[in-house]
Ligand binder design. Structure first.
Ligand SMILES: Nc1ncnc2c1ncn2[C@@H]1O[C@H](COP(=O)(O)OP(=O)(O)OP(=O)(O)O)[C@@H](O)[C@H]1O
Length: 934
């Protein structure tokens, strides 16, 4: 408290009262009293700042007054700091942070006062220090006196010592005090320095704030000036706009006034007009009533007329409907006529250019909707440059597999109706034959060619008809490679997948005039029930097909592939049998060897291919010319196709064209060939339908065959027994000779026999006879004779060994006489048999069980009871040919021969013939199947 008082200045006493009396109480004193605290010197500077909230209530006006009245000089340091704080707070709270001039003045004043007081305080401290030093000196002199006194008396000494001790204690206390005062002084000095630093910082801030404030003031003044200027300008503008608007308002008022007047006039005018219109409307209403009546009258008349016309139109519609029916009937009749006429259908398909082909100059100029096709050579000029052809249908390069098949589909239906159908693809190499027949791949159904689609369709139709007809389907696949017939498949491939075995032995062609189109009975037959079965079989077959790369086609087919589908349907109501067959033939392509650059094997293949195709051309030419001789025998291909080209089949040929200009000459010759084919007339197609009676007859014949076979076996056994007993070498060797001779003829004709046959058959027999089989020889002879259809059918239904064609001395092959002799029949018997067979087949509807007995009696009159004479007897055997009672001699001869030779020979013939029919390497099931289909 003492120090605080001293810090207040020289005029302040130690208890805080003023030196000259009572210190006038300033406003800060009142605040301090209100706060109930007396500032301590130890933390006075800090506390001053703590008290700012007290000073904050000090009104600013009082401070100014205080400064003006020099009351500030008398204010305490504490309150001065409060003033400074408040001013600074105000400055900080101020919106722009500026310090007004008068505030700065006050601050400076306050700071000056604080500075003065600080210096006074420092002086005070110095004085106090001096005073302390004087005191110390005074005490030390006293101590000296006291020491002297101590030396005088001991009592006094004691007292003096005590006094001295006390004085020493006081001295120590005083020194300590002094030290603490010194420390305080140092502290105060430091605080003073801090205060100075604070003051100078405040001064700097003050200066900066002042400068900012002045700058801001100037800026504000400038802005105010500008704003004032703009406001004045705006005011002027608004005033001028106001003038203009007032003018406009007056103008508008004038205008609306005039308009109002005009509208008034118009209203009067319209009123007059409306009155006139109302009058006119009345007139119109009157007129419309009259017109309405007129219209109603007209409408009534129109309705009457319409009724009348409707009646007429109905008549016309009926007529049109009839017309369509007639048209459909016409179409049907046309087809029937076509069928009857037997023309081969020819569809032409043009292959698109292949992706890798660089030059795309086409020879196809025009494709008509009705089968017209114009081809031309774009790089040649001349009158032969352009040619028109007409076929049943022409498919453009963009035609899909499905579109192509759609036009083929009706033929597939015919197969199930019991017709024989043949579809084959012809064209130069690489023109798309395999693409059309098989398709590029079997994976996608879209790519399927005619083969797969046909079989698929076949199964679907068969399925849809299963309630009335039960169908069985079987397939054969063969190829003609280098003029040799190979089988693609054996039963092993189909029934036992693990044992894949391709029977590629060469085959013989049987009669080409079989009712079921069975041209190659040796080829194994495979029963199929679903399209999947067919796909499996055909993929095996196709992998085995001879294919090679040529300059014209990377995968050129080097063989003619023949897929035959046999269909056998049994009518569940009548038990009638339908037999249809479908030949699907992908011919090898004709090629100019100079273009295909074929050498070695390829060249040989090409030569064979071209030769067989030219043989096909010859056959077509002969058929087109209606020649009596048709050279079917010139190639295996024509032999196989014989029943399709010259028989009663429905035939469709796909002519494949390569549009490339380089193939122009091949295209023209292909088209010429196709044109000739389309002109060929086949015999009327005929359904292979067997009535119940015919089938019964066949069954009886079959049972007869079995009986004969049994007898053969028995005779064979007896003969061997006899030979072993008698050792008759002569008879045996003779028999052996006959047997081997027969075998040679039935299996493979010896060159000598061929020569014989050639000379015997006819002058027009083929010079290029192949390695021929007896059976094909016979078939050719039959076909060329052109009149032995029924005989062949009989032979087909009977055992091969008893074929009447062989027994006929006139038409039989080179060993027919042998056969007759071996059978032990008289010359006349063979004629009779031939006649019987003709008659039997000519009365298919009227035959009955007696036919078999007639046949049996004719063959074995001694062992068989003569048939009862009946109506059928007359039908079967014309009166002129009734079996005459055998003469005694003849009878004896018959008996003799029948006992030994005929049966022996029959055995030989039968076994050899059977060998030629079934083939040695075919499996038993395939044999049975083939028999069933025959
Ligand atoms: N209509 C078509 N659309 C697309 N490509 C086709 C068409 N016809 C044929 N091709 C393609 O042309 C090429 C030859 O076709 P393909 O092998 O069927 O001819 P080819 O007449 O059978 O020949 P070759 O007689 O030499 O066997 C094949 O690559 C085939 O994919």
């Amino acid at each position: 408290m003492e120090e605080y008082a001293s810090a207040e200045g020289p005029n302040m006493t130690s208890n805080g009262s003023h030196e000259g009396g009572v210190r006038p109480r300033d406003i800060s004193d009142y605040y301090m009293e209100a706060a109930g605290s007396v500032p301590d010197t130890g933390n006075k500077f800090h506390d001053v700042f703590q008290l700012k909230h007290v000073s904050a209530d000090h009104p600013g006006a009082n401070i100014v007054e205080m400064v003006k009245s020099s009351g500030i000089d008398n204010a305490s340091t504490h309150s001065l700091f409060g003033v400074v704080n408040r001013i600074l707070d105000e400055c900080m709270d101020g919106k722009n942070g500026d310090i007004p001039n008068h505030t700065a003045f006050i601050l400076r004043k306050v700071l000056q006062i604080i500075e003065q007081r600080m210096s006074i305080q420092v002086d005070n401290f110095r004085n106090q220090k001096n005073f302390q030093r004087v005191r110390e000196e005074k005490f030390s002199s006293i101590i000296k006196v006291l020491e002297t006194l101590v030396k005088g008396t001991s009592e006094e000494n004691e007292i003096s010592v005590k006094t001295l001790g006390r004085i020493k204690g006081e001295k120590t206390t005083i020194e300590e005090k002094r030290k603490s005062e010194e420390l305080n002084i140092l502290k105060t000095i430091k605080e003073k320095d801090d205060a100075y630093a604070e003051v100078s910082r405040h001064n700097q801030e003050l200066e900066m704030t002042k400068a900012t404030y002045e700058k801001h003031c100037m800026q504000l003044e400038t802005e105010a000036r500008e704003t004032k200027f703009q406001l004045e300008k705006k005011l002027n503008e608004l005033e001028s706009e106001l003038d203009i608007s007032q003018n406009k308002v007056s103008e508008l008022e004038k205008f609306s006034e005039s308009k109002y007047r005009r509208w008034k006039k118009k209203e009067i005018k319209y009123q007059r007009f409306v009155n006139i219109q109302c009058g006119a409307l009345k007139d119109l209403r009157e007129a419309s009533r009259f017109m309405k009546n007129d219209i109603l009258e007209t409408r009534r008349r129109h309705a009457e007329e319409l009724n009348y016309l409707g009646g007429k139109l109905n008549g016309l519609v009926d007529a049109a409907r009839n017309y369509h029916a007639i048209l459909a009937e016409n179409r049907r009749l046309y087809n029937e006529i076509q069928d009857l006429k037997g023309n081969i259908r020819v569809y032409c398909r043009i292959r698109p250019f292949l992706p890798g082909q660089s030059r795309k100059l086409t020879t196809i100029e025009y494709i008509g909707e009705n089968g017209e096709l114009v081809v031309m050579n774009p790089i040649k000029n001349g009158k032969d440059n352009r040619r028109l052809f007409k076929f049943n249908k022409v498919f453009s390069p963009v035609a899909t597999q499905e579109e192509v098949f759609l036009d083929t589909q009706p033929l597939i239906r015919s197969v199930l109706d019991g017709y024989n159908v043949c579809i084959f693809a012809y064209g130069q190499t690489g023109s798309g034959k395999t693409y059309t027949m098989s398709g590029p791949s079997v994976v996608s159904q879209e790519d399927w060619g005619v083969n797969y689609r046909a079989l698929n369709d076949l199964f679907q139709i068969a399925q849809s008809r299963k309630s009335s007809i039960i169908y069985e389907v079987a397939v054969q696949m063969v190829e003609i490679y280098n003029e040799q017939l190979h089988v693609f498949l054996t039963v092993y491939t189909f029934y036992n997948n693990a044992c894949v075995f391709f029977d590629l032995h060469t085959l013989g062609i049987w009669s080409t005039a079989q009712p079921n189109g069975l041209a190659v009975p040796e080829a194994s037959m495979h029963s199929v029930n679903t399209t999947a079965d067919v796909l499996e079989l055909m993929s095996i077959g196709l992998t085995n097909r001879a294919v090679g790369a040529t300059a014209l086609n990377e995968r050129s087919s080097r063989s003619h592939s023949i897929l035959t589908v046999h269909v056998r349907g049994t009518d569940s109501e009548t038990n009638a049998i339908l037999r249809g067959s479908l030949h699907l033939i992908d011919l090898a392509g004709s090629e100019r060897v100079d273009r295909s650059e074929a050498t070695g094997d390829r060249l040989r293949e090409a030569q064979h291919i071209n030769k067989s195709l030219s043989a096909l051309g010859d056959v077509i030419f002969a058929l087109a010319q209606k020649n009596s001789h048709v050279p079917y025998r010139n190639s295996k291909l024509t032999q196989v196709l014989q029943s399709s080209l010259g028989g009663q089949a429905k035939t469709l040929m796909f002519v494949q064209l390569n549009p490339d200009v380089d193939s122009f000459s091949e295209t023209i010759s292909t088209l010429k060939f196709a044109e000739r084919v389309s002109g060929v007339e086949l015999g009327a197609s005929r359904s292979n339908k067997e009535g119940r009676e015919v089938r019964e007859l066949i069954e009886q014949v079959a049972s007869l065959k079995d009986t004969i076979a049994k007898k053969d076996g028995e005779i064979e056994r007896l003969l061997s027994l006899k030979h072993s007993k008698k050792g008759d070498r002569r008879v045996t060797s003779s028999l052996r000779y006959k047997s081997s001779s027969r075998r040679r003829h039935s299996i493979r004709t010896s060159p000598q026999a061929q020569r014989n046959s050639t000379s015997k058959i006819s002058a027009h027999s083929d010079k290029t006879a192949s390695d021929g089989y007896n059976c094909s020889e016979y078939s050719d002879r039959n076909s060329e004779a052109g009149s032995h259809q029924s005989v062949n059918e009989f032979r087909h239904q009977n055992d091969f060994s008893y074929s009447p064609s062989k027994l006929s001395s006139k038409d039989a092959g080179p060993n027919a006489d042998d056969d007759v002799e071996l059978l032990g029949l008289a010359d006349g018997d063979s004629d009779r048999l031939s006649d019987i067979s003709d008659s039997v087949l000519s009365m298919s509807t009227e035959t009955d069980a007696s036919i078999s007995s007639i046949v049996e009696y004719t063959l074995f009159p001694e062992t068989t009871k003569p048939p009862e004479e009946s109506e059928n007897w007359e039908k079967v055997i014309p009166p002129s040919k009734h079996p005459k009672p055998p003469q005694e001699k003849q009878m004896l001869q018959h008996q003799k021969t029948r006992t030994f030779q005929p049966t022996r020979s029959a055995t030989r013939i039968s076994s050899s013939a059977r060998k030629s029919v079934v083939g040695s390497s075919s499996s038993t099931s395939s044999k049975l199947l083939s028999k069933r289909w025959m």
